[in-house]
Design a protein around this ligand. Structure first.
Ligand SMILES: NC(=O)c1ccc[n+]([C@@H]2O[C@H](COP(=O)([O-])OP(=O)(O)OC[C@H]3O[C@@H](n4cnc5c(N)ncnc54)[C@H](O)[C@@H]3O)[C@@H](O)[C@H]2O)c1
Length: 321
């Protein structure tokens, strides 16, 4: 089975490839534009690990917005499954840089879904986000809830992906599955996300900023659990029943920011200094997903274990004693 993972040098893409690379019967292909949204070295290091691990992995530097180059790659390699994780991520950055989101998440998404249709891919899986739920006040968040009012521009691009996928599934019988990820974290994680930023600042004795005066709840998902969920969706490729589907992938155990910080403090053995600030534009106060829809999905890693794994990795990677 030939699988293409886009955004393979990114956080989730890297871990997914690391998992798929060792699977029998899988020939793995990866693309990424290696953009500089965050430290490129981290992306290159992830790629190095993948290339070292196996020669059953072909990487090509391709930007989703380059239709012709992307099409040549599709033509040359017959993909069975496409997993589209490449996107401009991040809620806050989308307030000041909508352009980048429009290009990668709308134009880029159109290119990859159009080619997936043209080259008769069996299953098109793509990353959506918890941010499509916007300011929903009913919890836990269920896939069938109204998601017509995302708040951030990022959330709006992800909602657009779901709508485009629906149209392709209905009109062209392309099997599509969207994954609404909820705050995924773990080793080799994203430097623009809370756990990474907090750890970095605390270790350099800087204070951290807590929005909404610290009264936030997040449904954190440990990376290995997220990969377990994606694997269930990959295995669903043969299920003909539903051509269009969407699933939450989360731990379904929302944590208060206070608890989150106290676990980091305990791991680093440092008392955190913080500044309390109002809620930021585009941000939501709480996320808490229902994970009942994805049958067989049971997250295993506790927040304590997950944070400890991240901090151990961080110390090793950045050579901090
Ligand atoms: N990490 C999370 O908590 C989270 C939550 C919700 C949704 N998501 C979504 O999951 C996916 C993966 O997220 P991540 O955390 O691994 O982010 P990431 O930024 O680490 O990975 C995305 C990768 O895509 C690449 N990329 C971006 N635009 C591209 C383009 N036009 N062409 C080719 N490559 C491009 C980037 O270089 C990067 O390596 C994204 O679609 C993101 O929006 C992530």
């Amino acid at each position: 089975m030939n699988i293409l993972v886009t955004g393979c040098a990114g956080f989730i893409g890297f871990h997914l490839c690391l998992d798929l690379i060792s699977k029998e019967k899988v020939s793995l292909f990866g693309i990424d534009n290696l953009n500089s949204y965050y430290d490129i070295k981290l992306k290159q290091d992830r790629l190095k690990i993948l290339k070292k691990k196996s020669n059953n992995f072909l990487f090509k530097k391709i930007d989703l917005i380059n239709f012709d180059k992307l099409e040549r790659f599709f033509k040359k390699n017959k993909f069975d499954i496409v997993i589209n994780l490449a996107a401009q991520a991040g809620v806050r950055y989308s307030l000041s840089n909508p352009d980048s989101y429009f290009k990668s998440n709308i134009l880029g998404f159109y290119n990859i879904i159009e080619l997936s249709k043209k080259y008769k891919i069996k299953h098109f899986i793509y990353a959506s986000s918890s941010s499509v739920y916007g300011e929903q006040k009913k919890f836990p968040l269920k896939e069938q809830f109204d998601t017509d009012k995302p708040i951030s521009f990022y959330g709006a691009t992800k909602k657009s992906n779901e709508i485009l996928a629906h149209s392709y599934s209905k009109n062209f019988k392309l099997k599509t599955t969207g994954i609404r990820f909820f705050t995924v974290y773990g080793p080799y994680g994203r430097p623009d996300m809370a756990l990474f930023k907090f750890t970095q600042k605390i270790l350099s004795s800087k204070s951290i900023e807590l929005y909404n005066y610290g009264k936030m709840f997040r449904d954190f998902t440990y990376i290995d659990d997220a990969i377990r969920g994606i694997n269930i969706i990959i295995r669903n490729t043969k299920v003909k029943k539903s051509r269009f589907d969407i699933f939450n992938i989360a731990s379904s155990k929302p944590q208060t920011l206070k608890k989150f910080i106290s676990i980091i403090e305990r791991n680093l053995k440092i008392k955190i200094k913080y500044k309390l600030l109002p809620l930021q534009k585009g941000d939501v106060v709480k996320t808490h997903a229902s994970i009942k829809k994805l049958k067989g999905f049971r997250p295993k890693i506790s927040i304590e274990k997950g944070i400890s794994n991240f901090i151990n990795w961080y110390r090793l990677y950045y050579k901090i004693k």
